[in-house]
Design a protein around this ligand. Structure first.
Ligand code: GAP
Length: 511
């Protein structure tokens, strides 16, 4: 049985050491989580799979790692200073704070209709985002209208004493250097993307790339989300896996489509998410920079289908916005019209199109996925409660072996028998000599309990060393000397394998 709600996953993560609330012994810090011993392995494995697929296995990609603290002008000209904001509102009575559009979404259609009529938003009863924008434009009038329409606070089910709605910028600011003045701050980046745009020329000239080519980055981003929630689904310190893929204008639409299909397949084939638990969502309301955006959604327990990755055709918006002398670049009409005039950049982020002897601003296709959401999806997909023949329920994480935090656990049948312990540790060392394979030795419980523990950790193989391994079978036989029992997580079936064949056997079964 799959996990019917997120609580099951949260509980397993705490119990087994995948993910903990951050700063827990001091009461936690909302929207922050720490990855424990199993979590860090799972997360690293997911990132490694992504990097392998998107960088190593292609001939048109470069990797990069850019700073988390970002010059404010990068985020001014990207549009984040002005536009990376959520609408928010407070109820003075309950002291609760809400995302304003979500508060409107949770009202009855009649309440929204009343507000839509007052603010002349014909589609407002159905389109809560449009309604929120209209009210944000006139905050004083909105405050009175919300009270008149008796907008309910979900906290207490009563009409709220609402403040004016206002835009709340989601970027974290911090001071750089010892002097605190109005100019000495930088932002913690809200996405990894901007680091790739502003390094476009550096990568292009240092690698001699030709279009189309891409830059990939995995790293932390920070967003002061108004309502972080649903475990690691919406957090304030998140990790992203992003690609900026630069193309000739005109090739963008077909290449965009290719990335959508490629990444949809990746989530299925490499991460192991079932196709029926994934969906594509075509945005109808586009961000100012986007020509087309398609989200890959995953069906999370409790939440239903929600965003795992967004894949946007960003046109020449980004390179155009970060360039000097924009009037000379032949930018697309949308970028020309809406991008801020750049008075601080020292570069034109252009590409020399040799065959046509001209400089152009490449278009960008951006597949942008959340690492934390990827980890959560993998955990949700893998979680299974299986009722055994004896009526016992075992929790098993059926992770793809490539994602499993521990590939092989070596378990001695008797921990009070020094030769069995020594042989087990020797085998653990042998397996570990295979480099990247995380293997553990565990003798802290009886064999049944140890198996269950590894099932919950998602360990595909357990190797057991017993008297037979030492050539000390109860019946006096020595046939099984230098063999071990290998037990498979998914089927619980066991096989006897010669130690001399063990490494090859493991490689075959964890691929
Ligand atoms: N550069 C484009 C960009 O950042 P986004 O849709 O805002 O696009 C990309 O973010 C991905 O990052 C999302 O699809 C989601 O998986 C993840 N993400 C965004 N905000 C998040 C948050 N607060 N917590 C966890 N993951 C988040």
């Amino acid at each position: 049985m799959a996990a019917e709600n997120l609580e099951k996953i949260v509980s397993l993560c705490k119990r087994r050491g995948f993910i903990f609330p951050s700063s827990e012994i001091y009461g936690g810090l909302q929207g922050m989580f720490d990855y424990g011993p199993l979590g860090v392995e799972l997360k690293n494995n997911l990132k490694r799979l992504w990097w392998k697929h998107n960088v190593y296995e292609r001939d048109d990609m470069e990797g990069i790692e850019t700073a988390l603290l970002t010059n404010r002008y990068v985020l001014r000209y990207s549009g984040h200073e002005k536009g990376f904001a959520d609408p928010l509102i407070d109820n003075r009575t309950t002291k609760k704070r809400y995302r304003f559009d979500h508060l409107l979404r949770d009202q009855t259609p009649e309440v929204r209709q009343e507000l839509a009529a007052a603010f002349d938003v014909p589609e407002g009863a159905d389109d809560y985002e449009a309604l929120a924008l209209a009210l944000l434009d006139e905050p004083v009038r909105a405050e009175a209208a919300l009270k008149a329409a008796k907008v309910i606070d979900p906290e207490d089910g009563k009409p709220g004493d609402w403040t004016e709605p206002r835009a709340f910028n989601l970027m974290f600011k911090t001071q750089v250097g010892p002097v605190a003045d109005s100019e000495s701050f930088a932002y913690l980046r809200p996405e990894t993307a901007q680091g790739m745009f502003v390094n476009f020329k550096n990568v292009l000239t240092s690698t001699n790339r030709k279009l189309p080519f891409g830059i990939a980055q995995i790293g932390k981003s920070f967003r002061n989300e108004i309502t972080p929630r649903n475990f690691i689904f919406r957090v304030r310190e998140l990790e992203q896996m992003e690609i900026e893929y630069f193309v000739m204008p005109g090739d963008d639409e077909a290449i965009h489509e290719q990335w959508i299909q490629d990444h949809l397949n990746w989530w299925v084939e490499k991460v192991g998410l079932k196709r029926e638990n994934l969906d594509l969502f075509e945005h109808t309301k586009l961000s100012h920079y986007s020509k087309r955006t398609v989200d890959i959604l995953y069906k999370f327990p409790t939440l239903g289908f929600d965003e795992l990755e967004g894949i946007a055709n960003r046109t020449d918006w980004d390179l155009g916005s970060h360039s000097k002398e924009q009037d000379t670049l032949g930018l697309s009409p949308n970028t020309r019209e809406k991008a801020m005039k750049n008075e601080h950049s020292t570069e034109k982020l252009t590409y020399f199109d040799q065959p046509n002897n001209r400089h152009i601003v490449p278009y960008v296709v951006e597949p942008a996925a959340g690492v934390d959401r990827g980890v959560l999806a993998a955990l949700c997909e893998a979680y299974d409660e299986e009722t055994l023949e004896n009526g016992e329920v075992r929790v098993v994480l059926r992770l793809k072996p490539a994602l499993a935090p521990i590939k092989v656990a070596v378990l001695p049948l008797a921990k009070n028998k020094p030769e069995i312990v020594a042989k087990s540790k020797e085998i653990k060392k042998l397996i570990q000599s295979q480099g990247d394979v995380r293997s553990v030795y565990d003798d802290t419980a009886g064999i049944g309990k140890l198996y269950r523990r590894q099932d919950e950790a998602g360990t595909p193989l357990c190797v057991t060393v017993d008297y037979d391994t030492l050539g000390q079978s109860r019946d006096g036989g020595t046939d099984l000397i230098d063999t071990v029992t290998v037990r498979h997580r998914d089927t619980m079936q066991q096989e006897r394998v010669a130690i001399s064949d063990l490494l090859a056997y493991i490689q075959e079964h964890i691929r």
